[in-house]
Write a protein that binds this ligand. Structure first.
Ligand SMILES: Nc1nc2c(ncn2[C@@H]2O[C@H](COP(=O)(O)OP(=O)(O)OP(=O)(O)O)[C@@H](O)[C@H]2O)c(=O)[nH]1
Ligand SMILES: [Mg+2]
Length: 266
């Protein structure tokens, strides 16, 4: 069931940026579910890194069938962070009010998107995080104990090294105001891979943007395999101390403004 969203909010210009690499089995279903949401201001930008399994061709077919869909084709797999930096930069050029980040593999339930948008509009937050680690947040039932522990430890590590009070700092399901994104200087980010998620949240908090965490249920991917490899994990492990070093001695713009929202608030 989709959360009802007030009519005056539903037309808000919101672009979902969705990076894909070998997601041919997942992309059509995820895109169809997303485009069926009752959000007239919704656009979808797929950022494909020349997937060998033909995901880019499928994305072109989706764009040909629906004017709300567009595709950014990149020539090589340069990592999730680089794909997002390019995709978000392209999305901003069309002047949306908000930009959301969403995986193509079904882990991010489309039903949560109106909840994230509602939280942003109600609170004026620059960043809304779809969070697995606030009350009401859930992990897929089939995640084993090892994976749960790894995810929790990665979050705890990044949070404590960086001193950022966001409970799901590694989350990949987020919604940003265009203003907050403009402050990120996407071309100068350190992260090529998944650590983009941690780096961008850290920078948003440092810049004084209000952050709200909204509980989501995180599903296991519907088909296919993870693109997380050793180099990406290494980069993620090294990023927090590097970021701290980069920002040593620099004053934060303001006290961190991080709040939790429960479903009842949205
Ligand atoms: N364009 C692009 N997309 C990528 C790249 N790496 C990952 N992705 C996409 O980013 C999203 C997240 O990647 P996943 O492989 O699902 O990562 P994960 O969620 O940690 O792994 P699973 O739990 O197994 O799904 C998916 O939509 C991927 O297709 C990349 O280098 N380039
Ligand atoms: Mg995934």
């Amino acid at each position: 069931m989709t959360t009802a969203i007030p009519r005056e909010w539903a037309g808000t210009r919101l672009t979902v940026v969705m990076p894909t690499y070998n997601e041919a089995a997942c992309l059509p279903g995820t895109a169809a579910a997303l485009l069926a949401l009752p959000l007239p201001g919704l656009r979808l930008l797929i950022v494909d890194d020349d997937s060998p399994d033909g995901t880019g061709r499928l994305a072109d077919e989706l764009a040909a069938a629906d004017p709300r869909v567009s595709v950014l084709h990149r020539t090589a797999k340069e990592g999730l962070g680089r794909a997002y930096a390019a995709g978000i930069g392209a999305a901003l050029r069309d002047g949306p009010d908000y930009v959301a980040q969403m995986d193509a593999d079904g882990s991010h339930r489309v039903e949560h998107l109106p909840e994230l948008l509602g939280a942003a509009l109600a609170t004026g937050a620059g960043l809304v995080v779809g969070s697995r680690y606030v009350p009401g947040g859930q992990l897929a039932a089939d995640w084993g104990a090892r994976r749960r522990l790894l995810s929790a430890c990665a979050n705890l590590y990044a949070t404590s090294v960086l001193g950022v009070p966001i409970r799901d700092l590694t989350a990949g399901y987020t919604l940003w105001s265009a203003d907050a994104l403009e402050d990120l200087a996407l071309d100068g980010l350190r992260s090529a891979g998944y650590s983009f998620q941690v780096e961008t949240k850290f920078l948003a908090v440092r810049a004084g943007h209000k952050v709200v965490e909204v509980p989501i249920r995180f599903e296991d991917r519907a088909h296919g395999t993870s693109k997380m490899d050793f180099a990406t994990q290494r980069e993620s492990a090294l990023l927090p101390p590097r970021l701290r070093w980069d920002h040593r001695g620099r004053r934060r713009a303001a006290r961190p403004q991080v709040a939790l929202a429960s479903r009842a608030d949205i």
